[in-house]
Design a protein around this ligand. Structure first.
Ligand SMILES: Cc1cc2nc3c(=O)[nH]c(=O)nc-3n(C[C@H](O)[C@H](O)[C@H](O)COP(=O)(O)OP(=O)(O)OC[C@H]3O[C@@H](n4cnc5c(N)ncnc54)[C@H](O)[C@@H]3O)c2cc1C
Length: 464
């Protein structure tokens, strides 16, 4: 079969996608021109794109199953939203006080804890972490597993033979590089690889996405005050862990005419250093798959960071000396592209904790849907810890592609729970193991021996 190259094109916008518009495939480019400019950088069993919670866990898992693995990440560090979005804590490893996510994700937490970079809050198993030690710990685990790291490398294209992926094209200081492999994992959060490969995506009939939030670290905060001690930790709370006294005051100020932008929460999250907190307060509708749209939103949110900081200084003694010590490398993304997989997880299945014949991971976090406008948030409790089926990670007809993390096949509501980091790590672990096993078994990813996969995951400590 002819091999064809597909590169990102500008038709990626998602927000206003109606009946398939805007979720079209990347643009095909003539292979002759492109191939002459590509440097063949490596040949692998498994290439993982995206080094966030799902991606770095997938890379470690595939490598521990004996595969030769490359991990591609566009930033110079691993951790995804945890380290590029200052999103904290890692939620949630436990349901009803019992841990439901284990294996490599939990090993990561324990290693981070041993470095002094994690604090586990029970009974929910939320994990506060030190952002810099997170990067170090993830990098160590990946390198120790023998994974080849391609950092500061953006995935920009894919080579296809029919519906089989042959290589990915990445762009970095070396120019355009080609990584060949027999199995591929898309852990880019935005489903960049699957989209370029032509995998059908979930539509967006509501024309709405959960908002972006630009998180930042405030220092000079009185973290010993009763207010911060009460609201900086999340596991002891019923419902939302937002800081109600600050929220109420900000809403009152707005009502009385203060020019404050829309906000969420706010949530003040421990970064494990006295005097500093990671703040999640800003909020704007944004489409991360459309660069212009996202740039505009980020610029506006950066302004908002300083407006809220000023308001906190003026109205709360705990914040009177605070200052913005750093802003996250980018605004956080809650929702964007998701594949239309062999099975789409629905909220009903997820909340009731349906066990599938191919369950490969769990989820413990409540459904947590943020309104794209205003300060609203919908929370729905899980009846029991949820399951994620392997079929949500694969698309019919694409024999060597697995998707991991928040771009798996899920409806909007179930995504609003399974997008949290512990769940994404559990999904990544399963994706990595499945990719390596499908190769060993000489089968398409659709025909992986599920029982064998589950046995491997259980041997690592997963609760599936
Ligand atoms: C504001 C906000 C608050 C949140 N709060 C919490 C919380 O309290 N607790 C919690 O657990 N979760 C929270 N989440 C959710 C959670 O952080 C994410 O859903 C989760 O990190 C998703 O993991 P992932 O690995 O699928 O994707 P990501 O974390 O997005 O990682 C994707 C990785 O792929 C890389 N990448 C993307 N595109 C490319 C490309 N083309 N080429 C190369 N690399 C690429 C990115 O740089 C990134 O490293 C929050 C999210 C947001 C936005």
């Amino acid at each position: 079969m002819d091999r064809r190259f597909f590169l990102k094109s500008s038709a990626a916008a998602l927000t206003f996608a109606v009946a398939g518009r805007g979720i079209s495939r990347a643009a095909e480019v003539p292979s002759g021109v492109l191939e002459s400019r590509l440097r063949k950088a490596g040949k692998y069993d498994v290439v993982v794109c995206g080094g966030g919670p799902a991606g770095f866990t997938a890379a470690v898992a595939a490598s521990r199953q004996g595969a030769k693995v490359a991990l591609v990440e566009r930033y110079g560090f691993l951790g995804g939203m945890a380290t590029m979005g200052y999103v904290a804590p890692i939620s949630e490893f436990a349901f009803g006080g019992e841990r439901v996510i284990g294996g490599i994700p939990w090993e990561f937490v324990q290693r981070l804890e041993a470095l002094g970079g994690a604090y586990v809050e029970w009974p929910k198993g939320n994990v506060d972490f030190d952002i810099e030690l997170y990067k170090l710990c993830a990098q160590r685990m990946v390198l120790e597993a023998g994974v080849d790291l391609y950092m500061r490398s953006s995935l920009i294209g894919v080579e296809m033979s029919g519906r089989e992926l042959c290589s990915v094209i990445i762009e970095n200081k070396n120019g355009l590089e080609q990584l060949q492999a027999t199995r591929f994992i898309d852990a880019t959060g935005d489903g960049d690889l699957a989209w370029m490969a032509g995998v059908p995506m979930q539509g967006n009939p509501e024309g709405e996405l959960q908002p972006s939030s630009f998180c930042f670290v405030l220092s000079g905060v009185d973290t010993d005050s009763p207010l911060l001690r009460r609201y900086m930790y999340h596991s002891g709370k019923k419902g939302s862990s937002q800081c109600t006294p600050v929220r109420d005051k900000l809403l009152e100020l707005k009502k009385n005419g203060a020019e404050l932008p829309d906000f969420g929460g706010p949530w003040f999250n421990s970064v494990m250093h006295a005097g500093s907190v990671a703040v999640n307060i800003t909020r704007s509708a944004a489409d991360s798959t459309d660069n212009r749209n996202f740039t505009r939103a980020e610029c506006r949110l950066r302004e908002d960071i300083f407006r809220f900081t000023q308001a906190l200084r003026e109205h709360f003694p705990e914040f009177k000396n605070c200052y913005v010590s750093s802003t996250a490398p980018q605004a956080g993304i809650r929702e964007s592209r998701r594949i239309l997989g062999a099975h789409t997880v629905t909220a009903e299945e997820y909340v009731s904790g349906i066990k599938y014949p191919d369950s490969i991971s769990r989820g413990a976090h409540q459904i947590d849907m943020h309104a794209s406008k205003g300060s609203g948030q919908v929370l729905i409790k899980l009846e029991q810890a949820a399951y994620v089926p392997y079929r949500a990670l694969i698309a019919d007809g694409f024999p060597n592609l697995i998707v991991a993390g928040r771009c798996i096949s899920a409806d909007r509501k179930s995504l609003a729970s399974l997008r949290v980091q512990a769940s994404c790590m559990g999904i990544g672990q399963a994706a990595g193991a499945a990719a390596a096993r499908s190769l060993k078994e000489g089968r398409a990813v659709q025909s992986v021996d599920i029982q064998g996969l589950v046995e491997v995951l259980r041997s690592w400590g997963a609760f599936v």
